[in-house]
Design a protein around this ligand. Sequence first.
Ligand code: SAM
Ligand code: SF4
Length: 372
Amino acid sequence: MSRLDAILAKPRPDPGDLAALLGAQAPEEQTRLLAAAYAVKVREVGSVVYFRGLFELSNRCNKDCLYCGIRRSNQKVERYTVPVDEILGGARWAWEQGYGSVVLQSGERSDPAFIDLITELVTKIRGLSNDQLAITLSVGEQSEATYRTWFEAGAERYLLRIETSDPDFYRRIHPADHSWERRRDCLRLLHSIGYQLGSGVMIGLPGQSVEQLARDILFFEQEKVVMIGMGPFIPHAHTPLRDGIRNFVWKRHAQLALALRMIAATRLYLQDVNIAAATALQTLAPDGREQGLMAGANVIMPNLTDPKYRSAYQLYDGKPCLDESATQCRGCLETRITSLGETIGFGQRGDSRRFLGRNVAAATKEAICRKG
Ligand code: SAM
Ligand code: SF4
């Protein structure tokens, strides 16, 4: 029996097996790995895909991450913040369409006007949906008081990628005043407040090893992450990490394959978490997100941002669907997902099973929501 088959025969891989899974590059090995992860997904969380409507609320950012197209130093970006009414209109549409959840994402700011804006949006989105739309925030590192204010306003989930669990590697892809420890502490705060905790990493960064990625998966478990939002790194021409671009055309296939193996290894190891098939997968292949679902992901985040803002929220080059409206996006996705034999969890919040297992109150809420 090959090493891969011996690992796949275990009820769950051991921590020391993860790097071998991530390194299983031979096409027939990769096929077996992905199929095993898909089977675990179906067993643990079903073949239901949950939609989270994504709003790219603002590209104003005080930070300067070396890989990101909307980093503060990129002067070529026209900055915007979507007006409150437009977001509320989009959230109402999402609720009427049966989306169980929306995500508010933006560059990082922590001034009082920004804190109030998020509080207002959370309160009003909960109000317009009779408290049914679950809200995920993805707006970076904030103080404990701010996280509490937003939680009390009704946000229940928070996505903050650690980017890499390796503090030294983190320092290589961020300016000196960005802190891995502060980010990790934010994750701990979010968990202690009661948020469903989401995190993730970029996959395939220049100089990143499969051993580091294996440790990322262990980090998710250690820090009690129940929603995984990770995706391939893709270079952006106006960032310091653009050097990867020259090699990127031929690297695309390998980058997608690695990202799929990372989804599969995470599903095999963590089993009952939610895992998103990131939009960045679609930049690497038109059906990249569907491939992510077949590798073990169970969440998709259709972009509900008005197309007029999308080109100014390019984190990386080649972002897909820049000019597609929310309606077009929904139609195209539905057909693609159902053709895989998966169903879409319309009218369901799609809370992370792992979170529900730990939190009886939330489990009751999910059950009531499913009945309704
Ligand atoms: N500003 C918030 C934060 O950083 O947590 C949320 C928005 S930020 C744009 C969301 C994620 O985009 C980051 O966590 C990062 O992983 C990802 N991202 C940024 N640049 C990227 C790139 N070049 N390739 C792939 N993902 C990228
Ligand atoms: Fe800002 Fe987030 Fe981009 Fe970093 S990744 S520059 S915090 S938007």
